[in-house]
Design a protein around this ligand. Sequence first.
Ligand SMILES: [Zn+2]
Length: 142
Amino acid sequence: MPLYEYYCEPCDGVFEALRSIKEASEAMPCPVCNRDSKRMMPTSFAAFTFRDGYPRRIPDKGTYWHLGKEVKNLITGPVRPNEHPEINKPEPASRKLKGDLAIERERRRLERQAKAVEKKEQEAASAAYEARIKKRPPQLDV
Ligand SMILES: [Zn+2]
């Protein structure tokens, strides 16, 4: 069954109810005062961004509504349009701090150093191997 929204005028509140499409347009008793409440059109949903100055949610949990999503706090700082910090979590800053950059540079330098050492060791090992082969007395075929 679809979820519909109803508005109770005496309580100045909005509540949701699961109803069949056939019943949806009929009045729904308010869960607080039991009076008939009219169905709200989904288009009016966006108006319930803030609780202050707008109808509250029934049952009232002290939360706010932002574009149909429940949030605990009002928007306090500047945000992009239609975004709420609790819903649209800001992406972690991709810009690295100076300290991070220095660490990254040092890490790459050590990596290069390790690779150079490894290459030298390999070269030394293969040189030693070749020297050993050359020194080895000729083997007799059995
Ligand atoms: Zn009511």
